[in-house]
Every structure is written in C-alpha cells, then in structure tokens.
Write a protein that binds this ligand. Structure first.
Ligand code: BGC
Length: 414
C-alpha cells in the first residue's frame, strides 16, 4: 500500500506557540496578568519569527513536503485599522521559503490568538467579529494569496464545545482569575470584560449560541472574502474531532456529543474545499459526560489516553461531511520519542486503511514540528518532532522526525 500521489506529508505549528513576542495579542496580555492561568509566559518561544528559514529548510531536509503554520492577526493588524506592511512582508518571506524548499504551505488565519484590540469589541462574542475577521482575511489573501494553496480560516472552531465536555458546564475554573485590563472591565475586574480565548465559561468562545453563530459566520465571511481575492486557494476550517465512544448503554449521549462537536458545524462548512481534521485521542462518554480513562491506560504528558487508533475512527466518521480531508493535527506530548514513533505509525496505519476503503484523505500534518508553547501548560509538554533548547534556540532532530520523513519520501509506510 502507498498513499495517493501528491499526499501532503508535513508538520504543523501555530504563530503564538513558536514565533515569540506576540505582544499585540490577547494571549500575551493574559500571560502577563497577575494570577495568570499560564504556568509561564510565551516570551521568545522558539524564536521562529527570526529562525523560520532554517526551520523550513530542516523540515524539507527531513523529507516532508508540507508545512502548516499560522499567520498572526495581531501582527498584521496590531491596532484596529492599522495594517502592518512589515508583517505582511515577513509572511511573504515565510511563504517564499516554503516554495523555495518545495514545501506546500497550509496557512491558518486564526489559531486561537486574536489582536488585543478585538477584546474591547467583545472578541469572539461580538456580532462585529465576523466582519473584522473577514476584512483581515481579505487583506492577507489579497497580498499573499498567490503563495497560499490552502487556507484554514479558524483553528478548532468547535473547541469551546469540546472543552465544555471535558470540563463540565462551569468551564475552566481558573479563567475566573483572568481579568485583563483590555475591555471595559478594566484591570483587576472580577471577570474579563470581553471573551477572548478564555473567558468565564469558554475557550475561544462562550458556550452560548451567539458565540457559535459568531464563529460560524466568521468562517463563512472569511471564505467568501478569500474566494473573491484568491480564487485558486482552497479554503477550509479545522475542527477538533474527538473519537467519541459511548460507554455501554450511552449511545444516545455519545450521539448528542458528536452532533454538538461535529454535525452542528456542517451547514457552515458544506461549501468548503476541504476539512482539517485534528485528533489526539478518544473520549468515552458516560451518563455524566466524559468518563474517566480506562484503568491502567497509558497517559500522555497532557493527560490524554495513548490511543492512536482514534484518528482512523474519526476520519471514517467525519467523511460524512463529504469533503476531502487533511489531517491538520495529530500527535502526542511525550518525552519518550519511541512512543511518538509508535503513535505516529499506528495512527498512519489507520489512515492507510481508511484511504484503502475510499475515505478521501489528502494529507497528514503532524503536531508539532517543534517543542513549543503549549498554552497554559507552558513549555513542559513536548509535542515536537524536533527538540528546542530555548536557552540557545538550538534544534535537535528526534528519531520520530526521521521516521516521518522516511515515510514521506516513500509515500508509503513500509
Ligand atoms: C491546538 C494546538 C495545541 C495542540 C496540543 C490543538 O488543540 O490546535 O495549538 O498545541 O492541540 O494540545
């Protein structure tokens, strides 16, 4: 068995997690408030903003042919209405570096972080946001669309619903300690005035239907803008697609969870060109929501069950959207690189079986290329194919990177 010709073999990052000094973003502000829920600030991250050329060259050298990264809205539009030509020029250089290395860029326009100024408008809970996001997308794609074959509008647009399932209806407790002096609430307010990635009951968006509406409308507005200015770019969204498995007798509950996390989004994405599928493990559903991990389960640094079979299951199930799929994230946080190799091999065997059965999968982009800033967990979890010594910014290629690179060169697992 081999994979279809032109299969995208690559790895993924996100701007805030690797670039460093994303100071005009809402997250930077969250990281630097008193009682921040972040275990450490992102700081220089992997200094990828400066080192992107060597990172992309390394990715290509390993045998990979695709790189998913995100363009940072807070850099392109650091103040409301102020477009940075320098930031656009920077991302042009990143894209050119990809093309020179024969690496197909898959570009995400929003990967969790937003400009600080957006929080004052209400961020992802505001009816103005779809238009703002579409305008930013239009700016980027007008300038850079000629170099962008694939654009993902919003990363894990369904994440708030996933988090609600995992954390229950009260949402992340610690977000209550994240007052940022950005919106009308002012510094030290009991609650953030506006919803950014984290808010009282949310992750990226609130749970209410208004926020669901804002995100899905933002996607559709951006898609239309992108198609107008860059008709050759394929446009999609990415979803965190959980392998939702029912405990005995809980089939109905599991079906409801699947609908909330996946099927509800279908009307907004049916006209897309592809679907980005992101998966890390399975979720077992019982009467009270997410069930505890099975006894004796191997657990990753993120507390997920080691369960690479989940990817095949979700690809088969998500095929119901009727869209070509790209695995835009799949990976494991571990300090044992042999387990990363096992995880990747087992996940890819599942992808191979799904493709053999006619499931339309066009690429596999491993999360992540570099050990990077894992949001509120800081730099402790290591997802990278490549290690990073943050004191020297030296990169160390792990065996898992070579393993994936060899598969990519062969376009086959064996
Ligand atoms: C996100 C990444 C994150 C990864 C691992 C995904 O939900 O898109 O930004 O680092 O999972 O937790």
């Amino acid at each position: 068995m081999s994979f279809p010709p032109g299969f995208l073999w690559g790895s993924a990052t996100a701007a805030h997690q690797v670039e460093g000094n994303n100071i005009a973003s809402d997250f930077w502000a969250f990281e630097h408030t008193a009682n921040s829920i972040f275990s450490e600030p992102s700081g220089d991250a992997c200094d990828h903003y400066r080192l992107f050329r060597q990172d992309i060259a390394l990715l290509a050298e390993l045998g990979l042919n695709s790189y998913r990264f995100s363009i940072e809205w807070a850099r392109i539009e650091p103040e409301d209405g102020l477009v940075s030509r320098a930031a656009l020029a920077h991302y042009r250089e990143v894209l050119e570096a990809c093309h020179e290395a024969r690496v197909t860029p898959v570009v995400t326009l929003h990967h969790f972080t937003s400009p600080r100024w957006l929080t004052a408008l209400g961020s992802w809970d505001s009816p103005e946001t779809p238009e703002r996001f579409a305008a930013y997308s239009r700016t980027v794609m007008t300038e850079l669309g000629d170099l962008i074959p694939y654009a993902c509008t919003i990363n894990e647009a369904n994440i708030s619903r996933v988090i609600r399932l995992i954390l229950g209806d009260d949402g992340p407790r610690s977000v209550q300690q994240a007052p940022v002096g950005l919106g009308t609430g002012g510094a030290g307010a009991a609650e953030p005035a506006a919803h950014a990635f984290f808010s009282r009951k949310s992750f990226l968006t609130t749970y209410n239907e208004n926020a669901f509406d804002v995100v899905t409308r933002a996607h559709q507005a951006a898609r239309q803008a992108i198609r107008e200015v860059s008709p050759d770019t394929k446009v999609g969204i990415t979803l965190a697609v959980q392998d939702v498995q029912p405990l005995p007798g809980e089939e109905k509950t599991a079906q409801r969870v699947w609908a909330e996390q996946f099927e509800d989004f279908l009307p907004a994405i049916v006209e897309d060109d592809f679907l980005g599928v992101q998966n890390y493990s399975r979720i077992r559903v019982g009467p009270d929501g997410m069930a505890p991990l099975p006894e004796g389960a191997e657990v990753t640094q993120m507390g997920n069950e080691f369960y690479p079979q989940a990817l095949e299951n979700v690809l088969r199930r998500a095929a119901s959207a009727g869209l070509p799929m790209i695995v835009t994230e799949n990976g494991i946080a571990t300090d044992d690189d042999t387990r990363r190799i096992d995880f990747t091999r087992l996940a890819l065997e599942g992808v191979e079986r799904a493709i053999a059965d006619g499931v339309d999968v066009r690429g596999y982009l491993h999360w992540s290329f570099l050990d990077n800033f894992e949001w509120m967990h800081g730099y402790t979890p290591t997802f990278g194919l490549v290690g990073v010594d943050r004191a020297t910014q030296r990169r160390t290629v792990k065996d898992s990177a070579r393993h994936l690179g060899e598969i990519a060169r062969r376009n086959a697992l064996r």
